[in-house]
Ligand binder design. Structure first.
Ligand SMILES: *Cc1c(COP(=O)(O)O)cnc(C)c1O
Length: 345
């Protein structure tokens, strides 16, 4: 019997999702950066992304980047969260590039990079309406002028986010505005910049749509590679596998439930209350997708309580679930969820 709770990951599906996105987006002159934060920088999953043709990775946690470097990864890795003051040295050591929304942090990082004589690229984050990180577009020209002249680091380009905090995807107007900002920043520097990144998985549908015309040259993609869905709608993206990742949990208690007379009239199947050995310490239980015959009742630290109409469930049996991105990220970060990778193809 395999240990549980357990996340099973089909590396072949991750590879094929990466291949699909690299191929489709390259037709639009957009490169793909594989984002590994959803799987805590798991090296085997990161390797599957590279095998799918992705050339660079990104993560939001220094600990995950360190894990990748210790596993021998020498591809470019970008830090996509503005570094904490205490992380500046580690970011310079482990990442070729970092994303920023705070000028003071950039200055601090530039000083350290200059002392260490380390080449480091800066990408400036813009808030175009999502409401999370970034400077406002009206501050762009002034900030770019500052970045282009600061010594110690290299200004690589601009980036933005859609759908992270707001849950709203990009509009054509916003993408047109991003193109404008790219043009303005390149004009200010008097040269073509290395990379302009217009978002994450929430940007894929727009980027692949017929109307897409934008000066963006990169997307940073995690969720769509791992789960095959658009983060805004949670609906499948055509061409991607949605079954690369599953969560397995074991039944530790199974109690027949008394069926009420009005229920039995409609449905005379047996019903049972099940306790599964997975809880809110292990994952985001609100991100578990329950099959039709299972109904969520509640969850505590270590227990998930459901009602099941499937008589095959018994103590010791396992139930397989699909999960969303936050459930996956939490499960992969916790010490008690076993990670099992395999290759179906
Ligand atoms: C998490 C993150 C991404 C990747 O987002 P997905 O929805 O997983 O594709 C991209 N950029 C930044 C700044 C992020 O924090």
């Amino acid at each position: 019997m395999s240990p549980s709770p357990r996340i099973e990951i089909d590396l072949g599906a991750i590879r094929s999702n990466s291949e699909f996105l690299v191929r489709k987006l390259s037709e639009r002159n957009i490169s793909v950066t594989g984002v590994t934060k959803g799987v805590s920088g798991n090296p085997e999953i990161a390797m599957a992304m590279l095998q799918g043709g992705i050339l660079q990775l990104a993560d939001s946690r220094v600990s995950n980047v360190r894990r990748l470097r210790e596993a021998g990864f020498n591809c470019p890795i970008t830090m996509i969260r503005t570094p904490l003051t205490s992380e500046v040295s580690a970011v310079i050591k482990h990442c070729e590039t970092s994303y920023h929304s705070d000028v003071q942090t950039i200055e601090r990082l530039a000083n350290v990079a200059a002392i260490k004589k380390q080449h480091h690229g800066i990408v400036l984050m813009l808030d175009m309406g999502d409401g999370r990180e970034g400077i406002y577009p009206k501050e762009l020209v002034e900030t770019v002028a500052f970045l282009d002249n600061i010594s110690g680091v290299y200004f690589n380009g601009i980036a933005t986010n859609f759908g992270c905090l707001s849950g709203i995807g990009p509009s054509s107007e916003q993408m047109a505005q991003f193109s404008e900002l790219v043009i303005r920043s390149e004009k200010k520097c008097g040269r073509t910049l290395k990379l302009h990144s217009s978002g994450g998985s929430a940007n894929i549908l727009w980027a692949l749509s017929s109307e897409s015309k934008c000066r963006a040259t990169n997307l940073r993609i995690g969720e769509a590679i791992l789960l095959g869905v658009d983060p805004i709608s949670e609906l499948p993206i055509n061409g991607l596998n949605q079954d690369a990742i599953s969560l397995f949990a074991e039944v530790i208690e199974c109690t027949p439930v008394e069926v009420l007379p009005e229920e039995s009239a409609a449905n005379n199947e047996m019903s049972s209350k099940l306790i599964l050995a997975v809880g809110i310490i292990d994952t985001d239980v609100t991100g578990i997708k329950f099959q039709k015959d299972i109904e969520f009742i509640g969850a505590t630290s270590d227990h998930l309580v459901v009602r099941s109409r499937n008589s095959a469930h018994r103590v010791g049996s396992e139930i397989k679930f699909s999960i969303n991105y936050s459930a996956l990220a939490r499960a992969m970060a916790g010490p008690d969820v076993v990670q099992h990778v395999f290759n179906r193809n």
